[in-house]
Design a protein around this ligand. Structure first.
Ligand SMILES: Cc1ncc(COP(=O)(O)O)c(C=O)c1O
Length: 407
């Protein structure tokens, strides 16, 4: 920061440093990976590192019409303060959508949030005291790890395999660590793309019931399915009904810039989350909420999502088809049934973070997997997002990746 110009009176004032940052803020460091990825902002870089929905599929005209209608018809209401819980029309529409997907829900069961990222904050603030333990999947969504660390939680990873979390390990850790909650992205997980099977979900619900464990289910990707059958939400399995928080979001199906999400939770916890939200931002922007409700009333969001999913599915196929030639012998990757990410593992001895330095000089980028682990990172892993670029660009990007890795 540039110092202010010296005033005529300045020389007489004795100076001490202002108070330091809170320990939790000071402990958040810039990561070397973030520094490398900063170069991927160059337009010539084909960037598989981000997690951005493709903007060409945002329904700009439909969203604009919804905003215009709300502003034109609501008088000043759309620009006024509103209740912390959220706009009744939006909560009712979200409850109907949730019920239609197999989880009976009333408008009052929901709290509208400023993105599901805020939902993570609210639940963590409502449940976690410094020193409390939370259990997470290994690996885990990076920004959730940041929320939990910021709250002073001890974050303990639970081993996972291709079917999801290992329920026996979850049970043993829940018994030993007495955690506040288990955080899970059971459908098309970020970063692995993996979907937890129905049998595993039932086992997780049983552990939650037996061990007195809250479940925090984060589901921003569930609507983006390209093959296979939908697997029900955790809250529908016996034992989990009264102890599951479900986070939803419009970011991946409508537009992330609207910052609209929601939280479904049992009453006492939901009320606590509303109190935290009140102190955070009073409420989610009224105009955005009313516009989203209007969009849902006037447009068929499911039809829009089906179009987007068809295109994203083709992009996934393009990436899966080109990966074997791009990755070295001995590398592995999984086939996600939906979502946005492919998770890959390089051969023994490789370090994805070190290689990235070389890879970005070929104008292509991925995210190394190590930061996604709460403990014991696997340095061979990396995440690629397949939705942001079209098929031709994905092919070109993976050709560059192959050339870089062959070096
Ligand atoms: C698993 C997961 N949870 C939450 C979020 C945050 O989404 P939102 O835009 O709804 O805040 C993301 C964003 O990428 C995510 O991957």
């Amino acid at each position: 920061m540039t110092p202010a110009p010296a005033s005529a009176h300045a020389e007489a004032v004795p100076r001490q440093q202002p108070a330091p940052l809170a320990a939790r803020a000071a402990s958040v460091k810039s990561s070397p990976v973030r520094d490398i990825l900063a170069v991927t902002a160059r337009p010539e870089v084909i960037n598989f590192a981000g997690g951005l929905p493709a903007p060409e599929f945002f329904d700009v005209a439909g969203v604009a019409a919804a905003f215009a209608a709300v502003l034109g018809e609501s008088g000043g209401k759309a620009l006024q303060y509103a209740t912390t819980e959220g706009e009744p029309t939006l909560r009712a529409a979200l409850a109907a959508r949730t019920t239609a997907r197999g989880l009976p829900t009333e408008a009052e069961d929901l709290l509208v949030t400023t993105g599901s990222q805020q939902g993570l904050h609210l639940v963590t603030s409502a449940l976690v005291e410094a020193g409390d333990t939370v259990l997470v999947e290994s690996p885990c969504y990076l920004a959730a790890l940041q929320v939990f660390a910021f709250a002073g939680a001890r974050v303990v990873p639970v081993p996972c395999d291709e079917d999801g979390v290992d329920p026996e390990a979850l049970d043993a850790l829940a018994a030993r660590e007495r955690p506040k909650f288990f955080y899970s992205v059971p459908t098309f997980q970020n970063p692995t793309g993996r979907t937890t099977t129905a049998a595993r979900r039932a086992a997780v619900a049983a552990v939650a019931a037996r061990r007195g464990l809250w479940l925090l289910e984060d589901d921003p990707y569930g609507e983006l399915r390209y093959e296979g059958e939908r697997v029900p939400w955790l809250a529908t399995y016996p034992g989990a009904e009264d102890r599951t928080v479900l986070l939803g979001s419009f970011s991946k199906v409508m537009a992330p810039g609207l910052r609209l999400g929601w939280l479904r939770a049992p009453e006492a916890l939901r009320r606590a989350c509303a109190v935290v939200k009140q102190s955070t931002d009073l409420h989610t922007p009224t105009l955005n909420q009313l516009a989203a409700a209007r969009y849902l009333a006037d447009h068929d969001l499911d039809a829009h999502v089906a179009t987007v999913a068809a295109a994203y599915g083709r992009r996934r196929d393009a990436m899966l088809a080109a990966l074997p030639a791009a990755l070295p012998d001995g590398a592995e990757f999984a086939r996600p049934e939906g979502g946005m990410f492919v998770w890959a593992r390089l051969p023994a001895g490789a370090n994805a973070a070190d290689l990235l330095r070389e890879v970005v000089t070929y104008d292509v980028a991925y995210v190394p997997g190590a930061p996604f682990y709460a403990a014991d990172p696997d340095p061979r892993t990396l995440r690629l997002c397949f939705v942001t670029q079209d098929e031709a660009t994905i092919g070109e990007g993976l050709a560059r990746l192959g050339a870089a890795l062959r070096r």
